[in-house]
Design a protein around this ligand. Sequence first.
Ligand SMILES: [Zn+2]
Length: 505
Amino acid sequence: MAITVKSAAIIGLDVFEINVEVDTINSIPQVSIIGLGDTAISEAKERLRLAIKNSSFSFPQTKVVINLAPADIKKEGSSYDLAMAIGILLKENIIKDFKKDEIVFIGELSLDGSLRAVNGILPIICGLADLGIKKAIVPYENLKEASFIDEIETLGAQNLSQVVSYLNGESNLKTLKQNVEDFLDKKEEFNIDFANVKGQQIAKKALEIAAAGAHNVLMSGSPGAGKTMLSKAFMSILPPLTKQEAIELTKIYSISGLLDRSKPLITSRPFRSPHHSASAVGIIGGGSNPKPGEITLAHRGVLFLDEMVEFPRKTLEVLRQPLEDNVITISRAQNSIQYPANFILLGAMNPCPCGFLGDSKKQCTCSEYQINRYRQRLSGPLLDRIDIQIKIQRLDENELLDSSQPSEPSETIRKRVIKARKIQMERYKNEGILTNSELNSKLIKKYCKIDDTTKQFLKNAIVSFNLSARAFDRILKISRTIADLEEKENIEISHIAQALQLRSF
Ligand SMILES: [Zn+2]
């Protein structure tokens, strides 16, 4: 009779229970694995035989058939090794029968029988807990990562023998509980503080507003104007990660194989800055076994696109969906996968191909035709998703040397940002959004009400600045954030006036 042992599959971030069915047939000794597996799974035959033998257990002298069910879920990687070995050892009566419905086995076997860590443990354990599974056995190296989930008992084993001895009631396995909060409480360190950035008052204010309302920003300025430095300093004024955000991010880094196993929780917001020569798959995500791209690795943090117009038009256009929906859908032959991609986009560009249009020191050498063609590489629909668009001026020597006006430290700015975020969270608690940048036109009507005088002021501005109708909504959203930073209930003319400054090109 076939024996069924439980394991788990992860596709994107979705977790499925997999039944590993093992049976033997009186025939020439060999192993056959069926059920839509990839090459890593067919290679498991050799790993299983040697791992079991080298753990001093006997291997069946018959044909072993292993079926991974359900067959319509594609199985990838080597994390089913442990469940398959347990099935074989049950069949050989080396392991006494146990409640096979209650334990899920995950782990890759080495030839010597030791268990190797696998990617994606945190999302797998989370998913199993949601499916109502009470216990999981994982490689010892993965235990720290699994220990943040309370709803399921996770045990770590170093090798196959330890698992066998645990199941036979001869010994215990290690377990561990850790609090996400303990990790998040530690003070974050940032490379660049706003206190070290001289001048640039308008840019700094723009970034404070962007941080407070989670607005996307495009900065245009000559080379050396400080766009990259400002972008890096931006990280120091974003609010700290919440527990839920830290778990979300750690899941993404876990399936990407980017977690440090000794420190397995992401505790800071990511800053991702892919080069414009990066492949579309690298930025968006994808491939035959779709992995998250840069936009998903930037989730809850910042995607910095330096020299934004140099990115292939096709790549930039694909950004429109995640900028709108905060998720990216990756289609593939059998099904499509969704990854979260809720990031703040910081774009930087030169004002023209030579870089010096409007510069105080150097003359621009571009023709009007060249300048227009250069700017048109960013499409209107893409620019529509970037609320704040500002010019960054290169500082002159006086400003660089002026130390009479010390710059405000990031910590002070960050406190205002956190306060403004709290106001938004409270206001939108029944709307399913967190920040002003997520307001759609319906919600703008509800939450960005202005009186008639203010409305007339904005209408006049739209006409005189020659702004599009869509700009109307975006200016209201930014004004809402500015009012929140000032802890004002209503949007006032001064807020609108400031918001207009943040649309300077
Ligand atoms: Zn130029």
